[in-house]
Design a protein around this ligand. Structure first.
Ligand code: BG6
Length: 473
């Protein structure tokens, strides 16, 4: 018996810079990704050269027909991809777009339409044009709002009949951890004050509201959402101060969904700013924009949870997705130290829904693992039962949240086809249902092979979640 709504959007998620390849083809400009060969936390180089070239995706740019056919075979209803801003405006501050870039996404959307797959498009997924980072210091500069507005107006207009679901910024709350990748801010992180970062975040929040306004003017049927990195923090003990520490941790993230959903800075943030000498400059009209152009839905990534304590020095810090936090002794971790917590997903869904009563979209979730290609009866495959187990457990909890009364629109697994890791630039950290023959040195045929999880997910979609198994008690 399925508990998922009939029109539930099942699918997979990707980002241009992690899977398209063709980083300098057909007029595309460089983005911040092209100068971070070791991943989001690594060094920033001057220009890409043969010696420091980042591992270039999996060539979706030339193989999109083959890949989309595989997504269709699994029964995808939705496919999340980002538009590489620097394919459309190579430097970011031009007045005219690059037609070849626009045509590429037209072709991709047409191909998706052939199979009835809805595109879900992230407008900015860690790929600010490099020129905007170098010349303007990225989102630290208010001028970025105008450049972004021109870009989103261009793509909203061009694809107004082809794309309905849009996300304004990927994991907008990651700006504090990754100012260069997330915000295109060239100033080294250690030289940025908290005020600088909150001001840059304000620019993104205003730009997000402006995009929502422009989008709804161009097509009132557009569904425009924000996208946050969700990571629940559990109090380490029942000590009231640990409870407060967990709340403070979560508020730092809620700030972004609160503003997107409620249209104003919350009281806890105003208090924090006051006590920390942070003054955000509002331009005329900012308050009204935020208030009047809130989002249609909330989307988020979910990989793991953390713990928080008022005395963090007494505990071990965990590894994890961008934000960090304390290790939870009750949870196991992936090979990269990300603590696996399916129940946390049910909690996140309930918390967001209680807070906003807006539809929710899980747009990233998955297990990065080292896969082994083996011979199977139908050719090479991967016996990725560990991935099936991870996804089954998480999806089971999505079902539980739906039974709790939460309105969930859809679910897209991260990296439905193997792609390059955002944090480490490895291809060997694989998430996909489809194995891509390429290693961390860029060697391989780029051939695609179905993993065991491919047929498993196909059945999940076919049965609208009815085939999911309850976890062992
Ligand atoms: C999210 C990002 O933080 O996590 C993706 O939105 C990223 O771009 C994903 O790839 C998984 O992280 P990683 O570092 O394993 O690629």
């Amino acid at each position: 018996m399925s508990v998922f709504p009939e029109n539930f959007l099942w699918g997979g998620a990707t980002a241009a810079n992690q899977f398209e390849g063709a980083y300098n083809v057909d007029g595309k400009g460089l983005s911040v990704q092209d100068v971070t060969p070791d991943g989001g936390f690594g060094r920033v180089t001057e220009e890409p050269t043969p010696d420091n070239l980042k591992l270039e995706g999996i060539d979706f740019y030339h193989r999109y027909k083959e890949d989309i056919a595989l997504f269709a075979e699994m029964g995808f209803k939705v496919f999340r991809l980002s538009i590489a801003w620097s394919r459309i405006f190579p430097k970011g501050d031009e007045t005219e777009p690059n037609e070849a870039g626009l045509q590429f996404y037209d072709d991709v959307f047409d191909e998706l339409a052939k199979y009835g797959i809805e595109p879900l498009v992230t407008l900015s997924h860690y790929e600010t044009p490099l020129h905007l980072a170098r010349e303007y210091n990225g989102w630290a500069n208010r001028k970025l709002i105008d450049f972004y507005a021109r870009y989103v107006r261009t793509v909203f207009t061009r694809y107004k009949d082809k794309v309905k679901y849009w996300l304004t910024f990927n994991e907008i709350n990651s700006l504090f951890s990754l100012p260069f990748i997330s915000g295109g801010i060239a100033t080294p992180k250690e030289e940025l004050s908290e005020s600088d970062l909150y001001q840059a975040a304000h620019h993104e929040l205003v730009a997000s509201a402006l995009a929502t306004k422009i989008g709804h003017e161009i097509n009132p049927d557009f569904q425009i959402g924000c996208m946050v990195l969700a990571m629940p923090a559990y109090p380490m003990t029942a000590h009231p101060l640990d409870q407060l520490a967990a709340r403070d941790y979560e508020n730092h993230n809620y700030l972004f969904s609160d503003i997107h959903a409620r249209g104003e800075y919350p009281g806890y943030a105003k208090r924090y700013f006051k006590e920390h000498g942070i003054e955000i400059e509002f331009a005329e009209g900012d308050r009204e924009l935020l208030k009047e152009h809130t989002v249609d839905f909330i989307s988020f990534s979910y990989y793991m949870s953390v713990a928080a304590a008022h005395n963090p020095e007494d505990y071990t810090s965990g590894k994890g997705n961008i934000l960090g936090g304390l290790s939870n002794p009750y949870l196991e971790a992936s090979e990269w130290g990300w603590q696996i917590d399916p129940v946390g997903l049910r909690l996140v869904l309930n918390d967001f829904y209680d807070r906003y009563q807006l539809p929710l979209f899980i747009v990233e979730n998955g297990l990065g693992a080292k896969d082994q290609l083996v011979d199977g009866p139908d050719g090479p495959t991967v016996e990725d039962d560990y991935r099936i187990d991870y996804l089954n457990q998480h999806l089971y909890q999505v079902g539980e949240a739906i039974k709790d009364g939460v309105d969930v629109m859809g679910y897209t697994t991260w990296g439905c086809i193997d792609l390059v890791s955002a944090s480490t630039a490895e291809l060997s950290k694989r998430y996909g249902f489809i194995y891509v023959d390429r290693n961390d040195d860029g060697e391989g045929t780029l051939s695609r092979y179905k993993k065991h999880s491919f047929d498993w997910y196909k059945e999940v979609i076919e049965t609208n979640g009815g085939s999911l198994q309850a976890p062992d008690a």
